[in-house]
Design a protein around this ligand. Structure first.
Ligand code: PLP
Ligand code: COI
Length: 339
């Protein structure tokens, strides 16, 4: 294992040994390989540079309590990336090959998988982009699919602590747009809003539905969960949010492991006061407790217990991370053992 102070790394890029690359040309993907070369050389007119034809995924590999290396539901990342590619007019990288490529990338960088209990993990970033020169507005003909690995710690600066969010005046996704896929363009347009939020002292933006601006959607990089005062898990349902794998997993964990009632439905801005707890969920965010949402001067505060997390959010966190790190028995097919 590499000699790194695993408990003190943040969510940043650390170059690891090998990354996976496959090229698409003349209508087919090549056999793919691992390479030491972390740089990409392309045309000045590459479609990704001119028209942002790119999408990506994010998943993590962990060291379990008994020393195995595993990753969490990579088949769902493969399926979501296929959806993103179809919407972006990019060729699908076959889903089984996606999972194989994840396994190869983790195996090749196994010394970079942080140890059990460190709080860190190996983040995998699969992505695809239009590679050949395109100047009229149309899809590329040639594409590259890659996966790199980088060890990461907590997504939010300062580790697990109650976050302060604000209701954003900017919108993230239009009805019938691309909010439900993981296209780079959804993140490009959020950069102005995130820099502004940080400058104003907020950790993240909560976006509303852009059609009516009355419903809660999600944040720039994570879905939102709420707990009602009578212990129900509620999460926004919308066609314009990213279908988070963490959120889908948490709904099942809440029902089957914690015996909770769960509701996936529209959540209106005006009902925030009815919730007792709030959290952000995602691969990078894991489950991050939310202490406060600020809506233009109106402050909605949530229970953050003594540990910085409300009781129910803590139970969800412990169960989900227990499943990921091998201390809680996973549902069939959730954990892929790599070595
Ligand atoms: N929402 C957005 C906008 C994201 O970027 C992410 C991160 O992937 C998520 C939600 C969480 O999704 P997942 O749990 O699949 O990582
Ligand atoms: C992830 O959670 O994997 C993401 O891609 C979110 C991003 C904001 C880092």
């Amino acid at each position: 294992m590499k000699n790194i102070d695993w408990s003190n790394i943040g969510f940043g890029y650390i170059k690891t040994d090998l990354r996976y690359v496959s090229n698409y040309k003349n209508g087919e993907w090549d056999e793919g390989c691992l390479t030491e070369d972390a740089n990409i050389t392309m045309s000045e007119c590459a479609c990704v540079l001119q028209y942002a034809q790119t999408c990506f995924e994010g998943l993590k590999a962990y060291t379990t309590a008994d020393g195995k290396i595993v990753c969490f539901r990579p088949d769902l990342n493969a399926a979501r990336m296929a959806d993103s590619c179809r919407r972006m007019k990019m060729p699908v990288f076959p889903e089984e090959r996606f999972v194989e490529a994840v396994v190869k990338t983790v195996e090749a960088n196994s010394e970079w998988v942080p140890p059990y209990g460190s709080g860190a993990s190996l983040y995998l970033r699969p992505y695809m982009f239009g590679y050949d020169s395109i100047i009229g507005v149309k899809p590329a003909n040639e594409f590259q699919f890659r996966i790199f690995a980088t060890p990461v710690g907590p997504y939010f600066k300062g580790g697990v602590r109650p976050l302060t969010l604000r209701i954003s005046d900017f919108d993230r996704a239009a009805p019938r747009g691309t909010g439900h896929i993981k296209a780079g363009l959804n993140y490009a347009m959020s950069l102005y809003a995130i820099v502004d939020a940080h400058e104003q002292g907020y950790d993240e933006n909560v976006y509303l539905d852009s059609a009516t601006r009355t419903h809660i959607e999600e944040t720039g990089g994570a879905n939102i969960i709420f707990v009602t005062k009578d212990g129900k898990l509620v999460t926004p349902k919308s066609d314009t949010i990213l279908p988070s794998i963490t959120r889908r997993s948490l709904l099942q964990v809440a029902k089957d492991y914690l015996g909770m009632e769960v509701e996936e439905r529209e959540v209106s801005l005006s009902e925030l006061d009815d919730f007792s707890e709030c959290g952000l969920c995602g691969t990078a965010a894991v489950i991050s407790p939310v202490g406060k949402i600020v809506d233009h001067g109106r402050e909605i505060c949530f229970d953050i217990g003594e540990s910085g997390m409300g009781n129910t959010v803590k139970k969800l966190y412990d169960t989900l991370t227990g499943i990921q790190m091998g201390t809680v028995t996973p549902p069939e097919g959730w954990v892929k053992v790599i070595k």
